[in-house]
Design a protein around this ligand. Sequence first.
Ligand code: SF4
Length: 328
Amino acid sequence: MRSYTYDAEKLKCWIEREKIKKFAVQLPAGLLPRAREILEELGGYGEPLLYAEPAFGACDFPDLDAIPEIDGLVQLGHAEIPGVTKNRKILFLELYSTAEPKPPDKIPGNMGDRICLLTTVQYLKQLQKIADFLKEAGRRVHIPGPMNRTLYPGQVLGCDVSSAAACSTIVDSYLFVGDGRFHPAGIAMLTSRPVYRYLPSGRIEPLEFEREKFLRAGVSKASAIRDARTVAIVVCTKPGQKRLKLARELAGILKSHGKNPCFLTINNLSPEFLNYTGNDLLISTACPRVALEDYGNYEVPLLTPQEALLGLGEIKNYEMDQFLPGHI
Ligand code: SF4
């Protein structure tokens, strides 16, 4: 784990407090090739074994009873999502990048004076230093406090960018620290302010995201529900993606519109199975990003709950699906 650090004291305290000897280790997909090296390192704390299904987030962890002879599970990489589990035998051990932040090469003029700084847990330790760089360059920096599914100031998740949305009237642009498109695209879906990425090299670049096109596609997708004769509501079995209350509420609304929905439950949403369930249309209550971004891979329309409500005329404007309180 050379390019990352973690809080070894937190791991040690958990091992002692919960009397852990054998434990399963779950990794993000990107770290699976380094599993042997990681297990060897964690072997200094007990007897680790690899739980080989990767974690796509802290929403996604296994049932401990299904793994024989372990006392607990360490999920590496993500910060715990408040309220998703109270199981003390599961430890969410955050990984922090050790990359040294570099001053930005150039701050694009159209970022404006007021910049909202956001990141994922991996780059949290760099955030203050990058804020200082921006302040030295004469910009005002806003790091929003945590909300709903996040624990730390500046942290965003693919399913919860509510802290970014909450400050949209007091900032001119958003600057996401980190690589990849997944998280900044989530910010861009929810706000009309420009979104930029701060790459580890110190380069700031605009995120290419056509929000109008995204909204038009969502509205067009929503209309498919009007003609759908058979509709299924998909409920994910991952602990932090299971929105049963929302699924039940949706079923009630669908019935009031003359639809007769059935429920489907699945762990990993995949067209391989969901294309062949005999339904004209699916509504996903799982990770919002599946129906928002992967719907093109499905042969049947795959809607978010909000798209279904829009298509039925229950809401007037397009709303992006997020995991907000009261749905789990
Ligand atoms: S629900 Fe989706 S976006 Fe949210 S933490 Fe899980 S995988 Fe990430």
